[in-house]
Design a protein around this ligand. Structure first.
Ligand code: PMP
Length: 421
């Protein structure tokens, strides 16, 4: 597409990988949904910070003050990126999983938690206790809204939280977040949005969606690993004991003879015990700023490539795309599929070893969803992003066609840097 030149560029765009023949080819990374490559401008921002980073909040030295400022400015970048309200707190975590576990440990007692069962494990598993209600995902977005309405009407009185994904990491399908939030609001429930898979592809605005919390991972929005975020209403988090304790989370510790007196810090530091990941957070913030400035091109680039990918996949004999809400439903650049009579693991290995195409196979940490959609436990997933080109998409489609026609016969593994059948 002509718009590609204007897009932020990823690091490693010209990476060459070995094939089983020994030849090297440009790597076609079609696994952005697992982790997106770092953007060049994010790398440069990290490079600039490296000589300066030091412990935040505690040091009086100049570098420490620079780091503290960078760290606090990163909260503002995340606020802008997610359309946070003035009273919302921004807690830095390790990733989406960490953010959701933190939220789960911070709920008021007896909070009723409602969610659909096709969620990623990070959103499905952290909630415990008798008041967790897992709803079977229905076949349409409007049925999901109606199902939530019914479930909330029957939920116990008291605090309530609805957990919903922005876009499925299996099918890429976009969930009706604003509609679900409107229903939740009518029943006095709060909403937590798992934006891990939506935020790399579409703008997310807490105010516009009327959701209370959002979580995401830096490594899925084109920053390196190590930093994630939980943004949202401060009150529950402020009232909760920190689930990770140590320096930074404590305002004051006093020796009371047989025990310690501990006064926890206010949010967000209350939930950021230990020396924070200044570099990771800076990278995350830089990535948010860059994505936020380039939505029009990013969305257009991905729409073109997604249409091309799906049209191509439709020509592969026996291939079936996975979908919760039907093939016409809006989705981000994530497509999972199975091929009749073909083992997903063998196909994925051959795509990589014989064609230099990286996809993902398995159940994508969403076992309930994959089991339901495949009648088995494995699928293949191709996911697009800022590093994807037309050639990558075309190579995947051509490779799949030839593998399916010839039969993928070998499993491969990498031994000492080489592919071995
Ligand atoms: N939620 C969704 C929708 C995801 O796609 C992922 C990552 N696959 C996660 C949560 C978990 O993210 P992380 O592994 O960075 O904690």
């Amino acid at each position: 597409p002509g718009s590609i030149a204007a897009l932020p560029r990823v690091v490693g765009a010209a990476l060459r990988v070995p094939l089983v023949t020994g030849e090297r080819v440009e790597y076609a990374n079609l696994d952005h949904a697992a982790s997106a490559p770092c953007l060049e401008q994010v790398r440069d921002a990290v490079d600039e910070l490296l000589p300066w980073y030091a412990s935040v909040h505690r040091g009086a030295g100049f570098a420490s003050r620079v780091s503290t400022r960078v760290y606090e400015q990163a909260r503002d970048a995340v606020r802008r990126f997610l359309g946070a309200r003035p009273g919302d707190t921004v807690v830095f975590t390790r990733n989406t999983t960490d953010s959701l576990n933190l939220l789960a440990r911070s709920l008021p007692r007896h909070t009723a938690v409602l969610l659909f069962d096709t969620e990623h494990h990070a959103a499905l598993l952290p909630w415990r206790g008798p008041h967790v209600r897992r709803l079977r995902t229905p076949a349409s977005p409007s049925a999901a809204v109606a199902e939530l309405d019914r479930a909330l009407a029957a939920a116990p009185e008291g605090p309530r939280l609805v957990v919903v994904t922005g876009a499925s990491n299996v099918t890429g399908e976009v969930w009706p977040v604003a509609e679900l939030a409107a229903v939740a609001r009518r029943h006095g429930a709060r909403v937590a949005l798992d934006a891990a898979q939506l935020a790399p592809h579409r703008p997310v605005d807490l105010k516009a969606l009327d959701v209370d919390y959002a979580v995401l991972s830096g490594h899925k929005v084109y920053a390196p690993f190590g930093a994630g975020v939980l943004v949202g209403r401060a009150d529950w988090l402020q009232a909760a004991e920190p689930y990770l304790v140590g320096g930074g989370a404590t305002a004051r510790v006093t020796d009371r003879g047989d025990r310690l007196g501990v006064a926890w810090s206010a949010v967000p530091e209350r939930h950021e015990a230990g020396s924070p990941n200044v570099v990771g957070v800076h990278a995350l913030a830089e990535a948010c700023d860059l994505l936020g400035r380039n939505w029009a091109q990013t969305v257009a680039h991905e729409r073109e490539l997604l249409a091309r990918l799906r049209a191509g996949l439709a020509t592969v004999p026996g291939l079936r795309e996975l979908s919760l809400f039907g093939p016409e439903h809006d989705r981000v650049g994530v497509v999972s599929f199975v091929v009749a009579g073909q083992d997903a693991g063998y196909l994925a290995a051959a795509l990589s070893a014989e064609h230099g195409v990286g996809v993902r196979d398995g159940a994508f940490c969403a076992h309930v969803a994959v089991h339901r959609l495949t009648d088995g436990d494995r699928a293949l997933r191709a996911s697009l992003g800022l590093g994807t080109t037309v050639e990558h998409v075309d190579r995947l489609v051509a490779a799949l066609r030839s593998l399916v026609l010839d039969g993928a016969r070998w499993d491969y593994e990498v031994v000492e840097g080489r592919w071995v059948p």
